[in-house]
Write a protein that binds this ligand. Structure first.
Ligand code: CUK
Ligand code: CUA
Length: 622
């Protein structure tokens, strides 16, 4: 699969386009033309030992950007960064957080916030397999969940989750399809949080949340005991399971560390849905979201005691087990999903009867990943190692047999958090690649000052032993990633004119009697001035327009180019304004004309040999 040469796009490439247009007659064509045409590939060299120059990767990697607030797309296994998708952050290049279209999406999540803390990117599924439609991601910093449309690779929805504080663990429902996005609110807050309670921990609660994946509305919330950490769903559509620490119900660190055991909490989805349907719920404050009680004694949940402060929660792709990673205990607790059926049918006395193994792996187990051969791979944060172990052997050992379930320990550099195998959270797990997201790089790279990069390492797991093959420095902080076969993802290359991404702007133009695909006009509504402009390389449809000082200007730009990769930009100098306008896209930005005189605007996205000349003037009359 990774043998393709160059681009697999039929039709016009950027290079043909340039040679076919205005290059003739451009003095010094070497400036623009040379830049774009002078890169003739040499004989393929191996990149990361895996993918040759000009060859396409076999997988898309979707990487969380942690507290940078973004999502990144990497080509796998080369680990080349292909794109950044701004989500919760402000982005100068694309104008995310600056354009009207992105502001409308960001407003859905409350705020305005300039930051985010993205941890867990997960793709929507049908029958336990990626469907290529959406990637969802949490924002721990501002209690939000965002959705990325994978056809355009842009964020299209951001919502804030009511009644809770700090959304952390996030996973999708896998079967029958992603109806819900499950997310854990981590920090406990008083219910109601009205300023009366600080030091009464009995008033503190957090909740497990289900978001409708299509409408992006919160479907329901479940009150729990303790603090929720990570979560995952089964392959039946019946259960989700979350790690849950602070069984003590404390609010300070010493208080939350007292107990030897905390829990894995299992949520019975059909029972929760039935309770909501039957009206057995409450609401909080102004929110209308149904809240059901899942605390101890509820028949909607079961609290399975697991060793001290568990962290990662992973479902094995054979659908048999939930695994709670011990963090402060050297163990991973393996919970049988079949036995959960027995528990909810009233056939078991003790929630611990659902546990079928508890292998001891090393210090600081945080997360576990899987291949299709019955192996599990667990990060050991404190030991800086990956433990590869056999699930069936661990079960036999738990039943008293003398078996060595650990087959290999591999040093990684250093302190790994999440790890992920290719297709590893789906039925299509293929056991080829393992990526380990290490929190510290220490001495692995050139010194770049006190702030070090992190280190995402690539491990070949196709053979009997794990082999480390690549170091990948990363910027803060890829907690988690998914590795999706490229056959599952199929983005468009040129925008569709009726894309809902800019529907609000199109509707505004229509009201103004504007045809975006051809008009270059200024429409004034009092002090509100709308400047409708087209762009075709290397020209803006309007090279000057006149407004009055104090006017509020909205520039609406439509890129009429139909050539792949010809993106224009718009920067109004000294106005803090920039935006990306892709082929056939409309984008808009609003700003105040608060400086009299000639104000230049220019295209900041390299589009043509005459890109530097693509500019115009706004005259602001005093
Ligand atoms: S968490 Cu960061 S290493 Cu947010 Cu999934 Cu475990
Ligand atoms: Cu248009 Cu650069």
């Amino acid at each position: 699969m990774s043998k393709d040469k160059g681009s697999d796009n039929a039709g016009v490439t950027r290079r043909n386009f340039l040679s076919a247009t205005a290059l003739a007659g451009v003095a010094g064509a070497g400036i623009g033309g040379g830049l774009l045409t002078g890169c003739s590939p040499k004989a393929p060299e191996k990149h990361a030992g895996t993918v040759g120059l000009g060859e396409l990767d076999e997988y898309y990697g979707f990487w969380s950007g942690g507290h940078s607030g973004e999502v990144r797309i990497l080509g796998m296994p080369s680990m080349r960064e292909l794109m950044r998708i701004p989500v919760f952050n402000i982005d100068s290049a694309t104008g995310w957080g600056i354009t009207n279209e992105s502001k409308e999406i960001m407003a859905g999540g409350g705020g305005p916030y300039m930051n985010g803390d993205a941890h867990h990117p997960h793709m929507s599924m049908v029958d336990g397999r990626y469907d290529g439609k959406y990637v969802f991601i949490n924002d721990k910093a501002n209690t939000r969940v965002a959705r990325i449309r994978c056809d355009i690779m842009k964020t299209d929805k951001i919502i804030s989750i009511p009644n809770v504080s700090a959304v952390h663990g996030l996973r999708v429902q896998k079967v029958p399809h992603t109806k819900y996005v499950f997310c854990n609110a981590e920090l406990r807050i008083p219910h109601p949080n009205d300023g009366r309670h600080l030091n009464d921990p009995t008033k503190y609660r957090t909740m497990f949340n289900a978001v409708d994946a299509e409408s992006m509305e919160v479907a329901w919330q479940v009150v729990v005991d303790g603090n929720l950490d990570n979560t995952d769903a089964d392959f039946k559509g019946t259960y989700a399971c979350s790690t849950c620490y602070n069984s003590e119900g404390g609010v300070t660190l010493p208080e939350t560390m007292r107990n030897e055991r905390d829990w894995a909490v299992v949520f019975n989805i059909p029972r929760i849905e039935a309770a909501v349907k039957a009206g057995k719920f409450t609401t909080l404050g102004t929110s209308k979201v149904p809240i059901v009680d899942g605390t101890h004694g509820s028949d909607l949940t079961v609290y399975i005691p697991v060793p001290k402060s568990p962290h990662g929660l992973n479902t094995s792709p054979d659908g048999k087990y939930f695994m709670a990673n011990g963090k402060l205990s050297p163990t991973v607790t393996v919970i049988s999903i079949d036995k959960l059926d027995d528990w909810f049918a009233g056939k078991l006395k003790d929630p611990r009867d659902t546990v079928v193994a508890e292998p001891e792996l090393g210090l600081g187990p945080l997360h576990t990943a899987f291949d299709h051969r019955g192996n599990a791979y667990t990060t050991l944060f404190i030991d800086s190692q990956i433990a590869k172990w056999n699930i069936d052997d661990a079960i036999r050992a738990y039943n008293g047999e003398k078996v060595d379930y650990i087959t290999q320990k591999l040093d990684v550099q250093y302190q790994p958090g999440h790890l992920h195998t290719s297709m590893g959270e789906t039925r299509d797990t293929d056991g080829k690649w393992l990526v380990v997201l290490c929190k510290f790089s220490k001495d692995r790279f050139l010194n770049v000052g006190p702030l070090h990069p992190e280190n995402d390492q690539l491990i070949d797991i196709s053979g009997d032993v794990m082999k480390l093959v690549h170091d990948g420095p990363t910027y803060a902080e890829p907690h988690d990633c998914i590795i999706v076969h490229r056959s599952k993802v199929n983005p468009i290359k040129i925008w569709k004119r009726d894309d809902p991404f800019f529907a609000t702007t199109s509707a505004m133009a229509k009201q103004d009697g504007i045809t975006l695909e051809k008009d270059n006009k200024v429409v004034r509504h009092g002090r509100e001035v709308r400047v409708y402009m087209t762009a075709v390389a290397p020209n803006f449809g309007m090279t000057d327009f006149t407004v009055k000082k104090g006017d509020e200007i909205t520039v609406v730009m439509t890129n009429l180019d139909t050539v792949e990769d010809v993106t224009h930009g718009f920067v109004m100098v000294n106005h803090g304004v920039s935006m990306e306008v892709g082929p056939q896209q409309t984008a808009s930005v609003t700003f105040k004309a608060d400086k009299a005189g000639v104000q230049w605007y220019y295209c900041h996205w390299f589009c043509h040999a005459l890109h530097m000349e693509m500019r115009g003037r706004m005259l602001v009359e005093a």
